[in-house]
Design a protein around this ligand. Structure first.
Ligand code: ADP
Length: 262
């Protein structure tokens, strides 16, 4: 049976913060035909708001710690300001957007990350995606806009990486739809040389990943992004791309692992 297609676009924090990139992305998103979902990051807006509210931003090794006070800020900013602004702008473009966090309709349940070397605070690792609820919304003609927030089903919201949300939702929905997952950042894709936007690598396979991390070609946010991308392409998602808002059909295509005989 031929599956209906579903586009899942994940838009990064840097795009959300930049008015020109965001309006370009929302225009491109609005012109995509068929079923679609937008997942957005948060960016520095939460840090700015936290500063205004006197909430300290704690970082360990360059990674954000979500304290109880910061959780309140990200819930307000990602689940409120950022999510609803995107929804309103999509509505203005004729898209029937519906803004949701993972708590709404129990769309995404997570568990608080266990404390190992670092206590990340109120950060959730995805455990469950409510496929049935998402399918019912898509079939009703809604366009879900997902904030990077999940819940633990015990009454607490949790801050969750937007790439992981996009990858988890794509994998869950791949049973029903032919899913294209597009990670949209401020960069044109995976680059050989970060300072040269023309050094785009057209395809990346998992076998290339370790050597590229080892030689420093890929670093920082690109490491978990690629891990999420490989998880998706090897778990039923039809196509995974890392690109920029100006070129949704270009960028770097992620290759699935080769089939083995055993
Ligand atoms: P976003 O929040 O926009 O989704 P991230 O900041 O998490 O994206 O990850 C993208 C970032 O990864 C880029 O802005 C860049 O700084 C970094 N990066 C590291 N290595 C590479 C690479 N080889 N190609 C592209 N980006 C890379």
């Amino acid at each position: 049976m031929i599956k209906e297609s579903l586009n899942i676009i994940k838009v990064g924090g840097a795009v959300v913060e930049d008015e020109k990139s965001l309006s370009g992305l929302l225009m491109s998103f609005s012109s995509l035909h068929g079923k679609k979902i937008l997942v957005h990051g948060g960016g520095k807006i939460a840090t700015e708001m936290a500063g205004k509210l006197g909430v300290e931003t704690q970082m360990i090794d360059g990674r954000r710690i979500t304290s109880a006070e910061m959780l309140k800020v990200v819930t307000m900013v990602y689940g409120g300001l950022v999510n609803k602004t995107i929804v309103a702008r999509l509505q203005a473009l004729g898209v029937n957007a519906l803004g949701l966090t993972g708590a709404d309709m129990n769309i995404i349940m997570s568990v608080k990350r266990p404390v190992e070397l670092v206590n990340f605070g109120f950060v959730g690792d995805v455990k469950y995606v409510n496929t049935r609820a998402l399918v019912s919304l898509l079939e009703a003609g809604a366009v879900p806009v997902l904030a990077p927030l999940t819940h633990d089903k015990e009454g607490s919201m949790l801050n969750t990486n937007a790439d992981t949300i996009a990858s988890s939702v794509a994998r869950a929905l791949a049973e029903k739809y032919s899913v294209t997952l597009t990670f949209c950042s401020s960069i044109p894709g995976v680059l050989k040389d970060l300072s040269d936007p023309s050094s785009l690598i057209k395809t990346v396979a998992k076998k290339d990943f370790e050597p590229m991390v080892a030689d420093g070609t890929i670093s920082e946010g690109m490491i978990p992004k690629l891990q999420n991308a490989f998880d998706a392409i090897n778990d039923g998602v039809s196509k995974v791309v890392i690109t920029s808002p100006s070129d949704l059909s270009g960028g770097t295509t992620i290759l699935a692992d080769p089939e083995t005989d055993d």
